[in-house]
Each structure stands twice: as C-alpha cells, then as structure tokens.
Design a protein around this ligand. Sequence first.
Ligand SMILES: NC(=O)c1ccc[n+]([C@@H]2O[C@H](COP(=O)([O-])OP(=O)(O)OC[C@H]3O[C@@H](n4cnc5c(N)ncnc54)[C@H](OP(=O)(O)O)[C@@H]3O)[C@@H](O)[C@H]2O)c1
Length: 300
Amino acid sequence: MTSSNWTIDNIPDQSGRIIIITGANSGIGFEAAKVLAAKSAEVILAVRNQEKGDLAKTRIIKNYPEAKVQVMLLDLADLKSVQAFCTAFVTKYKKLDILINNAGIMIPPYGKTVDGFESQFGTNHLGHFALTAQLFDLLKDTSDSRIVNLSSTAHKMGNPNFEDLNWEKRKYVAWKAYGDSKIANLYFTYALTEIIKNADLEITVTAAHPGYAATELQKSLWLKILNVLMAQSGSMGALPTLMAAIDPDAKSGNFYGPSGFAQQRGYPKEVLSNKLSYDAEIASRLWAVSEEMTGVKFQP
Ligand SMILES: NC(=O)c1ccc[n+]([C@@H]2O[C@H](COP(=O)([O-])OP(=O)(O)OC[C@H]3O[C@@H](n4cnc5c(N)ncnc54)[C@H](OP(=O)(O)O)[C@@H]3O)[C@@H](O)[C@H]2O)c1
C-alpha cells in the first residue's frame, strides 16, 4: 500500500537486520544509513574512500551513540574491488537483509573505469550488477531479503546503444550516458524480478528515485545554484529509497519516487517508469551483455 505521507515513522525497529548501502558517505545514501542505523539495523557503509566513510560513521554515531555502523571499502569502478568487498563481506556476515545499490556519479567528463567501461555505465550499472550477483547467494539464504536499485527520472533520456556502450565510436554526451546508466538500473530491476519469480525465490527487488534532492551529485556551479532554488533536502530525497527498502507491501518490480509535481519532490509513493524501461527484450539483452562485460553470473 502506498501513502502520500509516508515518513520515517513508518519504519519499524530494524534490530538484527544487516543492511549494505553503497555510496553511503554522502547524500541520499548517508541519509538512508542514518535513519536505518537509528532504527537499530547494523548498517554497512560501502564506500570508496575510507576517510569519508569514517567521517560519515562519526556523524551518525554522534547523533545515535548506540548505532551499529561499519565502514567497508568498495569501488564500483573496479571489478576487483567489488569482488574483494564481497569476499570480505561473506567472510564476516552470514546473512544480508537489505542491499541498497545507491552509489552513483552524474555527468562527469568522459572517462573509463579500471576495467575500461564508460564511467557512468560502469559505476552506476555494471558495478552494482557485479556486486549484487556476488552477494546473491547470501540474499537467497536470508529470509525476506531485499534489493533496492537507485534510478532517476533521467532514465527517460536513456536508451543504451548496444553497439557502443562505452562511447568509443560517438561523441560523448554526458547527460545521455547518465540516462543510459539510470534506465539500465531499471532494466536490471525488472529482469531480476523475472529471475526471482521464475526461481520462486524469497527476495524482493525494487527500485527508487529521489526526485531532485540537493546532494554532492551536483558538481557544477550552475547545478549548485539550481539546488538552492529548486531541490528538496537529502532527507526528503531518501524517503523513496527507504520506502522501497521497508514497505511491507512492496512487490518485486515496484518503483518508488516522490509524489509531488513531476515526481521531483514530496513524500514517496509507488510510481511507474517510462514505457521503454519495461521492454523485456532490451532488459534481457542488457542482462546478457552485463554478464559478459563483468564476467559475473547470477545463480538463481
Ligand atoms: N540527488 C538527486 O537529485 C538525484 C536524482 C536522481 C537520482 N539520484 C541517484 O541517487 C543516488 C545517490 O546520489 P546522491 O544524490 O546521494 O549523490 P552523492 O551525494 O554524490 O552520493 C553519491 C555517492 O556515491 C559514491 N560513489 C561514486 N562513485 C563510486 C564508486 N566508484 N564506488 C563507490 N562509491 C561511489 C560517492 O562517493 P564519493 O563521496 O567518494 O564520491 C557518494 O558516496 C545515485 O544513484 C544518483 O544517480 C540522485
């Protein structure tokens, strides 16, 4: 069930639950981590920079001294780092209740990940694809586990060009590449929904987007000015993520976003993505290509 005024008060006690949030040192990920730690979950801040992770942990503990917060290193732009994170995690933890694939970069200059993927597609989509695949056994073994993938209304600009996913044959258009990575997050969610249904698994996979929230994502001066004029807060922006992670009525394939004008602000509700994002053929093609590019396979 969705509601127009779903808030953190709707989140029950999370004692005993283990939650990974990627990119949890700032923005939406940090706000979600703070709330879930305050609700007594053990929250793993999966971050690429130890110092920033430690600082985020300190900020949470300062407000909630009892909070169980761990920092673990994960660079989604490096498949070896993803693998090392997963190995360390499964060694330390015997279950995983919620995986929140939140980390992201937006419109950087053209660049490549360590493995040679265009940086937005590589970080936002392929890194999370590889991460989820390698944590999938643990998610299967945990009752009522959940995966949340962060997308964006920018998915409407996306339509991945399978002939040139790494933008080597065309002039790079940063916003288009961001849109491609954000529709990829939805294709991943919807394809995984089918796999979970077909294998009759107990995992729920959902997607969320924060609308327009002032975070560290907006790097340029003009975007920072727009933030002051138009954006909602990071804590409001984190509500769709939290609803996608917690709503007891959530079903696999559900997508959550703000309920206000053009889904840019407001309290969260279930929303729909665009028509192209529900194209099962594209989703399954992207799935196959993602397995090939990352060398990682899901075992349902
Ligand atoms: N804010 C919005 O209005 C908005 C709108 C639509 C969708 N989103 C989505 O929301 C998610 C969170 O973004 P945000 O707004 O909270 O931005 P943010 O404040 O910039 O947070 C992004 C986080 O991702 C981390 N990250 C980036 N590259 C990484 C990598 N290679 N490995 C591991 N972590 C990495 C960043 O770490 P560092 O601090 O080390 O860079 C940071 O912690 C993203 O998926 C974004 O696409 C945001």
